[in-house]
Design a protein around this ligand. Structure first.
Ligand code: NAG
Ligand code: NAG
Ligand code: NAG
Length: 505
């Protein structure tokens, strides 16, 4: 029932998307002149003085005093003995895996056994993000109103963007002979095989040759040496789910140009990122480029919440998933980061939460509010909480830049990952190459950062145009028939996310 419900929404989304694409085209032709005229007029009027209206857009900053805790040793002493019976064996897990991986991780081992039994290409039971996106007011409004006369809102948005910089998420994909930035054959050192589409039977690689060009922003060409000099003596941390890991791998490949590099140091131990006994992999990775003393790290936190075992002596313990507390790793190591990029999204669904034995807590107690206990509300609450917390930390760590990355879109057609859904299109940009909306397609992310100094890394709408860039049916192992329309081929779309990050650092 759930699946057919999702299917229905998927269809609805699809047609909405088509409608959106048509409107985009229409707008491109008809409205651009009047829009430009209006914008110019507005800018002329507003350019040289800061009106009360404009200053109203500048966020007030909120300050919270949050106590940073515990020595890092605690991370490991928290790990209870292994072995739990993972109920959900039928349900394949994403290979890179185990949303259960947390600072406390008895589920890790079993989860990895599960994921080893299934193909690399298997998918998590994902939240109906797409459905949510498809029905979200922002998309509905945007495709409905992207229309005829630009309203006041739009004009003031544009003026605000000009004033405050620009909107990196608005622009278009263009062919660039200098793409990709590294080879999918070459970057073996950092790229997981399951994401290196060059190593699979896939034959069309035209998708690799596009670059994202924001409409109103200067985009510096990504150069390894320039990036590393800018990040001299600095640490960049990606914290989030497997899509965050993709962005991390992409960054490692971009920085090295995909070439084998022998001088990069593994500094995972410094962050407690050590493979636990019996685990297939650690909870994250950290690498240091000695020439510039730059560290790039990734930590697995699917929900961004602190997870606390409810009974430390019980190997099958449930966990308090504290929606109002950031993941311990994030909180603990934040003072050592210079740039932090957070993401979450695809693990917010009932199936995952039950399978992981997560119990949602707020204020140190199980959630009593039934409305808040609904997954979409709990996710929204968490995203707002973690962004607000990060914002509260920024003044304590001058120079720290905090980003929240908007949701990475999925492209399953005719089903979900486990009901025969696929993403077979291989023609780049079949639905258009431009994002013209001013708002993010991820209204939760956009709302959460609003009024804070945390920046939105808004990749949703631009990635939405790239349905041909997923792993799809390809795999280097024997295919299970399950398509991956969530993760991206690398090199690919996450490289563009990193270019946008680079432009904003
Ligand atoms: C490397 O950078 C860190 C800051 O990220 C700094 O504390 C450390 O002293 C630097 N090491 C060297 C050898 O310069
Ligand atoms: C915690 O787990 C242990 C081992 O399963 C069990 O014996 C004990 O009764 C549990 N404690 C509580 C408070 O439930
Ligand atoms: C998300 O939470 C914020 C803060 O509590 C609230 O203002 C907003 O309306 C919520 N959004 C949704 C979609 O529930």
């Amino acid at each position: 029932m759930i699946f057919s419900f999702q299917k229905g929404i998927g269809k609805a989304f699809h047609s909405k998307k088509m409608k959106g694409a048509c409107l985009n085209k229409l707008r491109g032709v008809k409205f651009s002149i009047s829009l430009i005229a209006l914008i110019c007029t507005t800018l002329l009027i507003w350019a040289w003085e800061s009106t009360p209206l404009l200053t109203n857009f500048l966020p007030p900053s909120e300050h919270f005093d949050v106590h940073l805790g515990m020595p890092s040793a605690v991370i490991h002493s928290e790990i209870p003995p292994n072995h739990v019976d993972f109920k959900d064996r039928q349900q394949p897990t994403e290979d890179d895996s185990a949303e259960a991986r947390t600072p406390v991780g008895p589920i890790i081992q079993v989860m990895h056994q599960v994921s080893e039994n299934v193909d690399a290409n298997t998918m998590p039971d994902l939240v109906d993000e797409k459905a949510r996106l498809g029905t979200s007011p922002s998309i509905a409004t945007l495709s409905g109103s992207s229309g005829v006369v630009p309203d006041d809102d739009k004009v003031s948005d544009t003026a605000t963007n000009k004033k405050r910089g620009c909107n990196y998420g608005k622009g278009k994909w263009i062919v660039d002979k200098k793409r990709p930035l590294y080879s999918g054959f070459g970057c073996k050192q950092w790229l997981s095989e399951m994401w290196a589409c060059r190593l699979t039977q896939r034959t069309d690689f035209s998708y690799e040759t596009f670059r994202w060009q924001p409409e109103n922003c200067e985009m510096p060409e990504f150069r390894e040496s320039a990036f590393l000099s800018r990040m001299r003596h600095k640490t960049l941390a990606f914290i989030g789910d497997s899509l965050g890991r993709q962005q991390f791998q992409s960054m490692m490949c971009m920085i090295t140009g995909g070439r084998e590099t022998s001088d990069v140091e593994n500094v995972g131990g410094t962050y407690g990122l050590i493979k636990a006994h019996g685990a297939v992999r650690p909870d994250g990775w950290a690498y240091r480029f000695p020439r510039t003393n730059t560290t790039i790290l990734y930590y697995w936190s699917a929900s961004l919440c602190e997870l606390e075992p409810l009974n430390r002596s019980d190997p099958a313990t449930h966990y308090a998933m504290h929606l109002d507390r950031p993941a311990f790793f994030l909180k603990h190591f934040l003072p050592q980061f210079d740039v932090v990029v957070l993401n979450t999204g695809h693990h917010w669904n009932r199936g995952k939460i039950i399978a992981n034995r997560w119990e949602m807590y707020v204020g140190g107690k199980p959630i009593a509010n039934r409305k808040l206990a609904q997954i979409a509300n709990a996710k929204n609450f968490t995203v707002y909480s973690v962004v607000k917390w990060l914002d509260s930390q920024l003044p304590l760590h001058p120079g720290l830049k905090g980003f929240y990355r908007s949701i990475s879109p999925r492209h399953f057609v005719n089903g979900d990952w486990n009901t025969g859904g696929s993403c077979d299109n291989s023609t780049p940009l079949a639905d258009g190459s431009e994002v013209t909306q001013d708002h993010s397609s991820d209204s939760v992310a956009e709302g959460a950062v609003m009024g804070t100094n945390v920046k939105l890394l808004d990749i949703t709408a631009l990635s939405e145009l790239r349905d041909e860039c997923h792993i799809s049916k390809y795999s280097i192992k024997a295919s299970t028939g399950v398509h991956d329309c969530l993760h991206w081929c690398l090199p690919g779309v996450p490289d563009a996310w990193n270019e946008l990050l680079y432009a904003q650092i």
